[in-house]
Design a protein around this ligand. Structure first.
Ligand code: KIV
Length: 287
């Protein structure tokens, strides 16, 4: 059954929530078949699929292309579209217009935006336009230039207090949940206890209401030289497996081990079966 926003809110203190990123049709299908609660079409698309250096480069049109692919799989999971950098920073009107594209054209169920107090006006405007909003606090990758890189946030009492205030604000504005990324586990636990909506952690320890990971990180779809963040758990090493399979494919071609008769079509009853007979027929036609 399709997971809805009220269902996600109702899961707090009942059971833990699972969230996974997806950027295309087959991954969306697999994630839904595994009964993962939420699919996030993350702006991590920029790095893991499109090869950009950071998330700042990806556009609304690029994100939308992938949101559409994900929702075409009709997943039961709630689909959240990540609003890219500069799509919700300029004005309320532009923010609503961009978010509405994800809902109307992309068929997403909700949007995610990074930031707390700074984004208050935009969050209010979105919720007034009936668009469910997931927040994102802590290490917000779109702020990497302000933060001076991807650094754990909320490490002093003062900064942890600011994070808590932002979390309480998101709750009071009507966000249905928020991501807590790259924060000390004790800060994540305190925030989780103080808000009425589910917190979804990534690098936030175990005392949150759910966990999210990036699809390609979890499956190990990155080459050896790529260094995972501390919070990543690699469940597989698919990159290496794919390279192995590609090597086998190349070898099979060169050795004529592929295709075999099993992968080839016969010509049927009315056509000559052997090359020799074909050649005779072709000669007749051409003469
Ligand atoms: O874009 C993304 O993948 C995210 C998750 C890491 C939360 O924002």
């Amino acid at each position: 059954m399709k997971i809805t926003v009220p269902k996600i809110i109702g899961l707090k203190d009942k059971r833990l929530i699972s969230m996974m990123t997806a950027y295309d049709y087959p991954s969306s299908k697999a994630i839904s078949d595994a009964d993962i609660d939420i699919i996030l079409v993350g702006d991590s698309l920029a790095q893991v699929v499109l090869g950009y250096d950071d998330t700042l480069s990806v556009t609304v049109d690029e994100m939308l292309h992938h949101v559409k692919a994900v929702t075409r799989a009709n997943p039961n999971s709630l689909v959240v579209a990540d609003m890219p950098y500069m799509s919700y920073h300029v004005s309320k009107e532009e923010t609503i217009k961009n978010a509405a594209r994800f809902i109307q054209e992309g068929k997403a169920d909700a949007v995610k935006i990074e930031g707390g107090k700074k984004r208050e006006k935009m969050i209010k405007a979105l919720i007034n336009a009936e668009i469910p909003v997931m927040g994102h606090l802590g290490l917000t990758p779109q702020s990497k230039n302000i933060m001076g890189g991807y650094k754990v946030q909320g490490k002093t009492l003062e900064l942890a207090k600011e994070l808590l205030e932002d979390a309480i604000l998101l709750d009071s504005l009507g966000c249905f949940s928020f991501v807590l990324e790259g924060v000390p586990k004790v800060v994540a636990q305190t925030i989780t206890e103080k808000v009425s909506i589910p917190t979804i952690g990534i690098g936030a320890g175990v005392h949150v209401d759910g966990q999210v990971l990036v699809y390609h990180d979890l499956l190990g779809m990155k080459s050896k030289e790529y260094i995972d963040a501390k919070f990543v758990k690699r469940y597989d090493n698919q990159y290496e497996k794919v390279v192995e399979v590609m090597k086998k494919f190349k070898k099979d071609i060169e050795n004529k081990d592929f295709p075999t008769d099993d992968h080839s079509y016969d010509s049927g009853d009315s056509l000559p079966e052997t090359l020799k007979e074909w050649k005779k027929e072709v000669k007749k036609i051409l003469s």
